[in-house]
Design a protein around this ligand. Structure first.
Ligand code: HEM
Length: 506
């Protein structure tokens, strides 16, 4: 039976990456509560404008579909924020340990060291703890500005009860901005693109799970692999609390059920991209690599930069040409299938898509069960590590030869269990390679490689060919953490309970 979710009770950023639906501009605000009672009435007022996961007319028509909004607003809280809002202790003790500790205190698990260490994060994260995150996403900057002004009005009305925190770094050396802006990137003609600052096409894969209305076919490559060789939506409980997960269990969540059900956890991370280092390294290595520079760039991620063609389907220049020719005349549904419907079954040696590439490390699909035996179910080892990705790029790359300046990705990951999903991937799959028969090699793009102990990675080849593997030596740090924290995204019911001070765990 198809699962039905109460979409109007779930915040819309759990089910949608807004950028994919034309809301390509965003502003992220962080607040601190000085007065719990005033904080509650602020939450009540914001709740009125919170965007839910309701269907949008023309996108996923169906019961209760509403007009697609021009601006979306969502709200989430840190553990300290929940405390400041006087959520009872008996509920607070039900929150998982990682969430209670917060991102800074999980530095060792996350590998946030060297240039990524918290002392180098934006000033916002240095002193007082953040309590609330409000995200505004819009189809154009004007809509964001309007919603921002409305929020400033609410903050003023709170008469000191709520403070908008400053301390975001921005263009031209600014380091005390009151918000973080983010937006899709545009090409030289001003046309919107799906790119990030290293030039890759992003935002293709995103898990599909039970109960969320979606376009038929999107499950291919995005759900979980089945024994029959197809794809099925993941269990709702991998992403939303109060629903069973892939182990047929309820993810750990605080009491009462009414407070946690239909909520989730968000990991906010500001990730700076060292564009100059990336370009220089790619140029330098491609001088020795037996293939084009673009093939080498594709080997870092698992997809070609220009159109996202997966290496599994287009492992070299020749197959890429054939793939491009098919793609050019394909229908939108076929295009989507070409981009997403694959696993690593035909690549047990990593000769198409390397074991240390971003894609293969982050979502190995069924690639960890090659020897079968104990794990007859494809995806048994990866279905419980899936992550929804939200957020957008920020800043502009003004000089492709330089690292400085403010540009990168604001990544907001959503999952039901921060420890089992995001932190496991970050610790075991990004910064360690054993599950991939890669020893302590880190993931190429995101690994916390450092100068004193430079990274390496292997670009595998077919062991039956007479070619030698290619070794990436002296891998530098391409991506640095510049701030972040863990947030609880309550349901609409829970927001109303918080606002009225009626969270009752007894
Ligand atoms: C600056 C940092 C990052 C860059 C430039 C980047 C870039 C990309 C690109 C180009 C793709 C391929 C497009 C797609 O399949 O949607 C991708 C996929 C993905 N990324 Fe990242 N990413 C970054 C950080 C992260 C982080 C921190 C995580 C999580 C810990 C993450 C998780 C994922 C996931 C889950 C996928 C989809 C993999 C799949 O299902 O096959 N990314 N990323």
């Amino acid at each position: 039976m198809t699962k039905t979710l109460d979409l109007m009770d779930i915040q819309g950023n759990i089910t949608r990456a807004y950028g994919r639906f034309g809301l390509g501009f965003a502003r992220y605000l962080f607040l601190r509560i000085h007065d719990g009672i005033k904080g509650m009435s602020f939450v009540g007022a914001v709740t009125e404008k919170v965007t839910t996961a309701a269907r949008w007319i023309g996108v996923e028509d169906g019961p209760n579909a509403i007009e697609k909004p021009k601006v979306a607003t969502n709200i989430a809280f840190t553990y300290q924020g929940m405390k400041a809002l006087q959520v009872p202790r008996a509920s607070l003790i039900g929150f998982p340990m990682e969430f209670v500790m917060g991102m800074k205190n999980r530095q060792d698990i996350l590998g946030d060291e060297g240039a990524s260490a918290p002392e180098h994060w934006d000033p916002l994260w240095q002193d007082v703890p953040v309590h609330i995150l409000i995200t505004i996403d819009g189809v154009a900057p004007d809509f964001i500005e309007e919603r921002y002004e409305w929020l400033l009005g609410l903050i003023r009305q709170s008469e000191g009860g709520i403070e908008l925190l400053t301390g975001h770094r921005g263009a031209n050396g600014a380091d005390d901005l009151p918000y973080q802006d983010a937006h899709i990137l545009f090409d030289e003609n001003g046309n919107p693109t799906p790119k990030e600052h290293f030039g890759y096409t992003d935002g293709i894969s995103d898990p599909v799970f039970e109960g969320v209305p979606d376009v038929p076919g999107r499950v291919l490559g995005r759900g979980k692999p089945t024994r029959e060789g197809g794809w099925a939506p993941l269990a709702t409980g991998e992403f939303i609390l109060g629903h069973v997960d892939e182990a047929m269990e309820y993810p750990p969540a605080p009491n009462p059920v009414l407070f946690s059900r239909n909520g989730s956890f968000m990991i906010y991370r500001k990730l700076h991209e060292n564009v100059g280092t990336f370009n220089a390294y790619l140029d330098e290595q491609s001088e020795h690599f037996p293939g084009s520079k673009e093939l080498l760039a594709a080997k870092f991620v698992g997809r070609w930069r220009d159109n996202g063609a997966p290496l599994i389907h287009a492992p070299d220049e020749e197959s890429k040409k054939a793939w491009d020719a098919r793609y050019a005349t394909a229908s939108p549904e076929e295009k989507d299938k070409m981009l997403s419907d694959f696993d690593y079954t035909n690549d047990p040696n990593g000769s198409r898509c390397p074991f240390s590439s971003h894609l293969r490390r982050i979502n190995p699909r069924s690639a960890l069960e090659f020897t079968k035996g104990a794990f007859e179910t494809p995806g048994a080892l990866s279905d419980r590590r899936r992550i929804l990705r939200r957020g957008l790029p920020y800043g502009q790359t003004s000089n492709p030869a330089r690292d400085d300046g403010e540009h990168g990705i604001i990544i907001m990951m959503v999952n039901a269990d921060i420890g089992r999903q995001f932190e496991f991937v970050q610790q075991q799959w990004i910064n360690y390679g054993n599950d991939f028969k890669a020893g302590s090699d880190k993931e190429i793009l995101l690994g916390n490689h450092d100068k004193e102990n430079p990274g390496k990675a292997v670009i595998q080849v077919d062991p039956d060919s007479d070619r030698a593997p290619f070794f990436l030596k002296n891998l530098p740090r391409f991506v640095e953490t510049r701030g972040g924290d863990y947030f609880f995204i309550p349901s609409l019911t829970a927001l109303r309970m918080i606002a009225k001070g009626i969270v009752d765990p007894t």
